[in-house]
Structures are given as structure tokens and as C-alpha cells.
Design a protein around this ligand. Sequence first.
Ligand SMILES: Cc1cc2nc3c(=O)[nH]c(=O)nc-3n(C[C@H](O)[C@H](O)[C@H](O)COP(=O)(O)OP(=O)(O)OC[C@H]3O[C@@H](n4cnc5c(N)ncnc54)[C@H](O)[C@@H]3O)c2cc1C
Length: 511
Amino acid sequence: MSDIKGKILYEWLGEGCIKNLQFSDPSQLTGDPYDIAIIGAGVVGSALAYKLSQYSLRILLVDEKFDVGEGTSKGSSAIIHTGFDAAVGTLESRLVTSASLMWHELSEKLKVPFQQCGAVLVAVDDEQYNQLDKIYQKSLDNGVEDVKLLTKNEVKELVPDVSPNVRGGMSIPRESIIDAFSISIAFSEIALTNGVDILLGSRVAAVTESGNSVKHLKMASGKEIPAKIVVNVAGLGSSKIAETYGGEHFDLNPRRGQFIIFDEASRSIVNKILLPIPTAQTKGVLVIPTISGNLLAGPTAEDFELGDKSATATTIDGLELMLKGASKLFPSLTGEPRIGSFAGVRCACKQGTYQIRYNDGLPGILTVSGIRSTGVTSCPALAEYLIEGLKKECGVSLKPDPQAVDSRPESSLPGWWKHPYEKNGAVKARPDYGQIICNCENISHGEIIDALDSPLKPFTLDAIKRRTWTQTGRCQGFDCTMKIAELISEHCGIPLDKITKNGPGSEIVSR
Ligand SMILES: Cc1cc2nc3c(=O)[nH]c(=O)nc-3n(C[C@H](O)[C@H](O)[C@H](O)COP(=O)(O)OP(=O)(O)OC[C@H]3O[C@@H](n4cnc5c(N)ncnc54)[C@H](O)[C@@H]3O)c2cc1C
């Protein structure tokens, strides 16, 4: 991506650690106030930065993690929902249904792998079967009209190995899968290109206001960053920040979702998302093909206290529950090889989903929280909705920037989706495209170098994983992790004992 106008800033690493990475010094942040500071670079914050970067505004996007999309956004089912089952008439339903229509074109612009694989809702007993008409009607009420009720035989035609207990179902042809990792990365890279500054590895401890209505982000490091408007989209961190500026109280808690990852060999047995009939408590256990060629079974819905570190762990009980749930829809899954597991945490809010408060506590502060289960889908529509609100409620003036870009170059497509070495002559021109580092996913040395040189200049193992899909295959990184750590160290000039999984405290070798 040429002509990057924004700066990438880190408060960490220490002197002498960086050779190739041209990070700016965060002390540059204390000058004129930013027009807008966005706290939280998940899918929602980065989508907002992307959309706002189309206007002539000085914007800062800040996150406490060492890469974008490292919060709730990294652990989802990666489904672009149609909104067929959303609560009718809600803001969530409106945003999800409208966003679902955007993703075909948007994924092309962002160079984010996307596939409309469709979903089948499967009823496996009489009680579930009797609910199908109601769910069908709800779909129509949500404006999702291309759904179709299916007989038992029609379900079997679409999903040959479906449970023998199947009684009927419903097809939802527009349900889709996406590379959810790439979403925050793509939005942020384009925002950065258009001049948004991105500060990572920096926690906002508080937001205060000075006499002239300028707000100050008080960073945990002691730095202060001035901004005229502050948007708090910090997910599970948002309520704590809101307390510091007197925002309306809301109660958040992490709701864990555990998943089993099946080997790529299993992918050919199901090519549609299989959905159970939801209960009043949960949407149940899904079987989900992933865009990178695996299958998932999950997620659970387990509530934890805010701050409980075990909320991101997987458990034997949870994974057994997922296997049992998934095999009710698709029994042959039980015998398929499993290669890993993970857990994501939803931002559950007692006061309801999609909490959006303008001039919250102080004029010019927007708090957005409780984007619990549908943010991957809704983020582009939500960002547009928030920008309308910022204009109306906070008086933000929006002058389009004629030089702003809204897409990434073709070369940004992740290598695992379209390996550069598959192009004629590519290996001759770049021999490192012919040197495979990750044997499970066939990722070359050259692709890892391309990721290290990409606009956000990632330098953690997880950040490389999310860009290249290395460390995600059968060996789960056993074979390639050290090779990648050495590559990062060599290419970025960071000593090997400072290479981390996802930031300080997660170093992978010790002296
Ligand atoms: C198990 C599971 C399955 C899901 N499946 C789907 C799905 O299939 N489809 C779908 O559309 N959605 C799905 N979702 C929901 C979706 O993942 C979320 O709605 C979305 O990721 C929320 O994004 P966000 O930007 O609001 O939050 P986050 O991604 O959590 O972003 C908030 C950011 O704020 C940062 N932050 C927090 N505190 C501070 C601070 N003090 N200072 C600086 N930074 C801070 C965090 O580091 C984080 O990066 C799922 C979620 C889970 C957990």
C-alpha cells in the first residue's frame, strides 16, 4: 500500500529493538487535539476508523493490545449472518440485515476472503419441527425473504450425512463465512493509509475533560492525548473507561464460547453451516465450515465475571458438550480428527445489546457497548449509523477527503487464500516464495516477510498467524513457530527473547 499517511505508534519495545520497523515516538501525540479518538481497535472501532477516514478529520485509533482485532473480534464463528433470527424491530436486526447485503462488495474492496456457503437449520425431533413455521415467519418479518422451508428429504439432499433423526429444516442461502481475522486488519490498514494514526499496546486508563471542552485520554503509561471527540468502543473494557467520565452505568460480563477445530480432511463432509433450532437460552451448537478449510463445532455460552482470566480457557467439559451437540445434527463428525480448540468471549451487557450513548457523561463522548454476538457482520452498517449520530448529536462536520482510498491493493489478499507462488514466474522473481516454512498450510518464507512488511508492521506470533494462517494447521505451530520467531527477530531486528506470542509477558524463549 503506497503513500501511507498515518503513523503507527507503540509505547513498548525499548530502545534498540527495532531495525526495520519505522514506528513513531508516541511523544508526538501530545500536540494539537485529534478531531476524534477511537478507543478499541476491534471490528467495530476499526470499521469506524475506516469509514471516518473517508473525511478530512484527524483521527487516532488506540488499543491496549499489540495488534488490531485482538479482543472479542479474534474468537468468533466468523459467520456473516443474514439476521433471519434477530429480535424483530431492534437496532441489531436493522444493522445486521443491512450489513449482510454489504459484505459481497465490501470483502472485495477489503481483500478479505468471503464465501456465501449458505446455512441449513435442522430440526431433529417433533418439538423442534413444530417451531420451523415460527422461525420462517420471523425471517420474513426481519426482511430475510429468500429462506425456504425444507422437507426431511430436501435437508438430506443438501446435507447427505445429516442426522437420521432429521424431521425437516429451513435453508438460509445467504448465510456466509468470512476470514474474521482479516476484517480489523483491512479496515485499519486502509484507515492508516488515509492518515489515521494507530497507537497499539497502550491502555486508556481514563478520559477527562479540560476547560475548553477538549477531552484527554489518560494512558496507563501516564501520557495524555488530547481529542475533541472520544468514541469508546472498547468492548469488555468499555464500562471501566465509561466510569471515569461519568457515563451512564452498564453491567458487562464475558460470555465464553468454546469451539472444537476439525482437521481440513473433514471439510469436504459438510459445506454448509448447520444450525440447530435455537432455545430461549441459546442458539445452540453449530457446525461451521471455515473459510480457511476446516470445520468448527461450537460455541458454548458460559457467563463469567468481568476480569476473570479463565474466561478465555477451553475445558474438557465444554469441548465434550460441543461434540455431543454437533453430533446431534451431524453424527459422523464424532469420528473426524480434531486438531485444536479455542474460546472467544462475547461482550454481554445486562442492559441489552447495542448500547449506544451520545454525549455520555460529557459532551462529545460516544459510548458503544454490548456488541455481543453479531458485530463481525454488523460492523460496516454500525459504523455508518454511528457516523450519522456523531454528525447529529455531537456536531461533527464531515467534509469528504477527495484523496481517501476505500480499498486495499490486490496484493493484500492473504497468501493462504491465493498463494503468490502459484503465479507463473513468482518463485523465480522471489525465491523465498518457494521456501515453505509452515508445512501444514504451505505458507512460504516470502509470505511471512510480506506480512511483516504489511502496513501495520506486525511483530508478534499471533499477528503473523492472523495474517498468514501459519501455526493453525495440523501441528498447531509445533513445527513452524520457532522458525517464524527467528524470522521476525531477524527481519525486524528484535532480539529473539523479546519475540512474543501477543505482547510482553508472552515471550516464547528465555535467556
Ligand atoms: C464465541 C463467539 C462467536 C461469535 N460469532 C459471531 C459470528 O459468527 N458473526 C458475527 O457477526 N459476530 C460473532 N460474534 C460477535 C463478534 O465477535 C463481536 O460482536 C465483535 O467482535 C465485537 O467487536 P468489538 O469491536 O465491539 O469488540 P472487541 O473486538 O473486543 O474490541 C474492543 C477492543 O478494545 C480494546 N480495549 C479494551 N479496553 C481498552 C483500554 N482500556 N484501552 C485501550 N484499548 C482497550 C480491546 O483490546 C479490544 O481490541 C461472536 C463472538 C463470540 C465470542
